[in-house]
Design a protein around this ligand. Structure first.
Ligand SMILES: [Zn+2]
Ligand SMILES: [Zn+2]
Length: 553
């Protein structure tokens, strides 16, 4: 059992104890222990009892639970709790802003255990009457449920890619030629259908083949002679497989993956539909248009963009010189500063920027001033190790509710650069969000605006922003904007990247890595950056360390 899985399971156990109001002391104690377990550098499952007892908060009773999990993959305590919990409550527990105690109140006082009933209760203003809830909580829950319902069957790009690649492997066993098409080929951040094109001359035969594949379940009503539609067992996202003969294959891949607005711009319907084409380039060259790569076929700014840049200008991994928003065990990361830096160096980059959380983010082990001194001393020491690589001293400073940054000037001045981010108080209206962020951008120590909207894809919409004005402020104050490369965020939205470049604002592709594996998230960042048209000359971390550090000062 991996440590992460154990932490998730223990967290669930704490939540269920709280939902059932079982021994508050016991659950507080386990919560505290989980923090220690989360930071434990080695395999918990392999740790001895003595080693486990060294972890802060871990006593004999917790050791017993851990050993249960390690040996049996579960624990009696957890199974009993799950048994006693109405299944619908697990969904309610996922709602942001509803802790286990509130879920308990909803269950015990309103008798609600299902999401749909909770939605109704919000619409009928019954939730706000509960003690400790009020209008604001009800409003949040309502927004969240509606958001959830809307995004019910969608997948983030990383999950969709992973699933599509598995399904591709199955399809290529049966068909000569298979392509991923649809929004995924366009690298959309969120995917609502997985679309494939397969080559086959015999339409009917192709449908039979697909239906013979295990786990592929057809939706007969939605299917047609040319298209198999259905789903894969265990997955909610709809699947479609379009069957094309040899002459129509390229055409169909193009048509199903480009946005309708792009199709209109290339006169697709009048010139190419149902015609045989041998390559996608043909569509562009025949009309003397520049070739647009699949991910940019959105019908937004791609042709305007291509008057200024060529596809060779688009940012690539090999252009990146470093990465500047990462965490270590100093705050809430899983790997040490040295481990993270070495991993970054192994990726071929020449600098690693640490940006651990600042003190306001106490829940994430934000750094108190004495820890900053310690970290910066360690960096000075480590930097003597390499001649071709260095660690930069950064911080992810919280943007406080009033828009100021988390430390005073003399501490802020000790960093090489500052990523300024909002982590708390995300419920803001437009006016509040704008004044808070603009003030942070105007702070002379701010180098990069971190995850600008605070969104979590398919989970949390993020606060409202007038992004154009944010970009103006970034330009005026020489602040770079982050493209947070975590597939959970991908924030700033790619739709604003071209506008950022037009305004002269640099975009920083930041993995926000909390462990070594997280550094690779920059690949998602690059995909979305390219989609937004980001070129090397406007990529902040394509600058050398010296250029980056002198950009503002
Ligand atoms: Zn952050
Ligand atoms: Zn971060």
């Amino acid at each position: 059992m991996e440590n992460d899985d154990l932490v998730d399971t223990l967290e669930l156990l704490v939540k269920l104890w709280d939902v059932h109001a079982i021994n508050e002391f016991k659950s507080k104690n386990l919560s505290f222990a989980i923090r220690g377990i989360d930071k434990y550098p080695n395999s918990i499952a392999k740790a001895s009892e003595e080693e486990l007892l060294q972890i802060p908060g871990v006593g004999k009773s917790v050791v017993k639970i851990i050993q249960d999990f390690a040996q049996n993959g579960s624990s009696i305590e957890l199974e009993q709790m799950i048994e006693q919990t109405p299944p619908g409550l697990f969904q309610l527990l996922k709602i942001k802003g509803l802790g286990p105690k509130k879920v308990r109140a909803i269950w015990q006082e309103l008798g609600i255990t299902e999401l749909d009933d909770l939605l109704l209760a919000c619409q009928e203003n019954r939730l706000e009457t509960l003690k400790g809830f009020g209008k604001a909580v009800q409003e949040n829950v309502l927004t969240y449920i509606l958001f959830l319902k809307q995004n019910n069957k969608k997948l983030r790009i990383d999950k969709a890619t992973y699933l599509a690649e598995i399904l591709m492997l199955e399809l290529v066993q049966h068909f000569e030629k298979v392509e991923i098409s649809g929004d995924l080929r366009r690298n959309s951040e969120v995917i609502d259908e997985l679309v494939f094109v397969v080559q086959a001359d015999d339409l009917f035969g192709a449908q039979i083949v697909i239906n013979s594949m295990s786990h592929w379940n057809e939706n007969v009503q939605e299917s047609s002679p040319f298209t198999w539609r259905g789903f894969i067992e265990g997955h909610i996202i709809p699947i479609s497989v379009h069957i094309a003969d040899k002459n129509q294959f390229v055409n169909l891949c193009f048509q199903l993956s480009a946005h309708p607005d792009h199709l209109a711009k290339v006169n697709y319907y009048s010139l190419f539909q149902n015609k045989s084409i041998s390559s996608e380039e043909e569509i562009y060259t025949s009309q003397s248009l520049p070739y647009i790569i699949p991910s940019m076929r959105e019908g937004r700014f791609e042709f305007e963009w291509s008057e200024k840049y060529t596809n060779q200008d688009l940012i690539q991994w090999s252009d990146l010189k470093g990465c500047v928003h990462n965490h270590s065990t100093y705050s809430d990361g899983k790997n040490t500063l040295l481990e993270m830096a070495e991993a970054c160096r192994n990726l071929g980059l020449s600098y690693f920027g640490i940006a651990d959380h600042s003190q306001y983010a106490a829940y994430a082990g934000g750094l108190k001033p004495d820890r900053i001194v310690l970290q910066q001393e360690e960096i000075d020491q480590l930097n003597q190790k390499w001649s071709d690589f260095r660690i930069l001293k950064g911080i992810e400073a919280d943007i406080l509710p009033d828009g100021s940054l988390d430390y005073d000037s003399d501490i802020l001045a000790s960093f090489d650069y500052v990523v300024a981010s909002v982590h708390a108080g995300l419920n803001m209206d437009l006016e509040k969000a704008m004044s808070r962020l603009i003030k942070a951008i105007e702070n002379p120590y701010t180098t990069i605006l971190g995850h600008p909207t605070g969104r979590l894809l398919l989970t949390r919409p993020g606060y409202p922003l007038n992004t154009s004005k944010i970009l103006d402020a970034c330009a005026a104050n020489k602040v770079a904007i982050e493209l947070n490369a975590s597939p959970y965020r991908l924030d700033i939205d790619w739709r604003y990247i071209y506008e950022a470049m037009e305004k002269g604002v640099y975009v920083s592709i930041n993995p926000d890595a909390h462990q070594i594996e997280g550094l690779k998230d920059m690949e998602w960042g690059i995909k979305l950056a390219q989609k937004g048209g980001l070129v090397k000359q406007f990529t902040f971390n394509a600058l050398t360390a010296d250029e980056l550090l002198h950009y503002k000062r």
